[in-house]
Design a protein around this ligand. Structure first.
Ligand code: NAP
Length: 311
């Protein structure tokens, strides 16, 4: 028996459990509420979607979790000192969805759409100079599964692409930067800065006043990773002083974004409701099934998220 533990609405949870059972016909995947105390003792693994981590303590023999989400920041923070391994979803379908979102919102900024939308409101007819894509410099924070797919997509669409990560990368036609010095170098050349880092103690609040000040005048920021990586007050200052031209925000410290948040009304902010790369049920179930079948056959837990690095 494998418990499915989530905070999803009941109907969504049933959809997941049904699809997982179809993908894993030799397993019995059931909702947390259906596992009795004796059965809990025998569960070695659980499938999770942003679960209430307090519930995990009820499974004394749990050795690993498979998340059906790619982002597992909340789990990693709660389980930092626990022996339970966390395997996250790494799914090319998700990476493709993210790279499409990154391309879409880069084009939105690159082709000055926020500016033309403001002009339309004022019935103002004015043409601005078109910057060729080859001269538009995009800096990506994070060159992991999502960052690399996005970097390649942008590069294929003619943009000049740079990426910053903890370890150096060799990707054709994409400049790789590492360390504080590399960060400063990349940021100073980024007309659009895209955040695709995980939220960890090292990245929390790192897009702050100091980093934003290093961006070129008139540049823009896209955050598709986690809200906690950006210092929102300092982002607002940078927008209000017109050092930054625009920010596209898909993720927030508290979601849904509070109705009273001033971000909703800011003329230079585009708010998205965490939609840049939703998990695809079918592809995710296939990947989870493959990993669990491999575990049953070999006893080896699939590659888990690093407790040391927090991602
Ligand atoms: P990933 O494969 O783990 O990649 C993370 C990247 O960030 C890696 O390149 C890593 O460097 C770099 N990194 C981490 N900590 C760093 C640090 N302190 N300094 C420099 N670089 C650092 O993660 P992913 O699958 O690409 O996902 C990234 C994040 O996207 C997730 O954690 C999640 O928060 C978010 N996400 C958002 C959505 C959405 O719909 N908005 C959907 C899915 C995921 P190395 O390569 O050197 O390790």
């Amino acid at each position: 028996m494998i418990p499915f533990i989530s905070q999803l609405p009941k109907d969504e949870e049933i959809t997941w459990i049904t699809a997982l059972n179809q993908a894993l016909p030799d397993e019995n995947i059931v909702a947390f509420s259906e596992v009795n105390p004796a059965e809990k003792k025998h569960c070695q693994l659980a499938i999770v979607a942003n679960p209430n981590t307090e519930l995990l303590a009820e499974f004394e023999n749990l050795t690993w979790l498979h998340s059906v989400w790619a982002g597992v920041e909340h789990l990693m923070m709660s389980l930092a000192n626990s022996p339970i391994d966390v395997v996250r979803l790494i799914d090319p379908t998700l990476s493709r969805a993210m790279s499409e979102a990154v391309l879409a919102w880069n084009l939105y900024l690159h082709r000055d759409m926020p500016r033309y939308a403001k002009q339309q409101k004022n019935k103002h007819w004015q043409q601005h100079q078109l910057v060729p894509a080859s001269e538009r410099r995009i800096g990506i924070l994070g060159l992991g599964a999502l960052g690399q797919a996005s970097a390649k997509q942008l590069q294929q669409n003619g943009f000049k692409v740079m990426g910053w990560s903890r370890t150096a990368k060799k990707i054709a036609n994409i400049s790789s930067y590492t360390g504080n010095k590399g960060l400063a170098e990349m940021v100073a050349q980024s007309d659009i800065l895209v955040c695709l880092l995980p939220l960890t103690p090292a990245t929390r609040g790192m897009v702050n006043e100091e980093l934003l000040a290093q961006l070129p005048q008139g540049s823009a920021v896209i955050n598709f990773a986690r809200g906690g990586i950006i210092n929102t007050d300092e982002l607002l200052n940078a927008l209000n002083s017109h050092h930054l031209s625009h920010a596209v925000l898909d993720v927030f410290e508290h979601e849904p974004l509070n109705a009273n948040s001033e971000l909703w009304h800011h003329p230079d902010i585009t708010i998205l409701p965490h939609i840049s790369a939703p998990t695809n049920l079918n592809s995710a179930c296939k990947i989870v099934a493959k990993n669990i079948m491999s575990f049953r056959a070999t006893g080896q837990i699939p590659k888990a998220v690093s407790k040391v690095n927090g991602y």
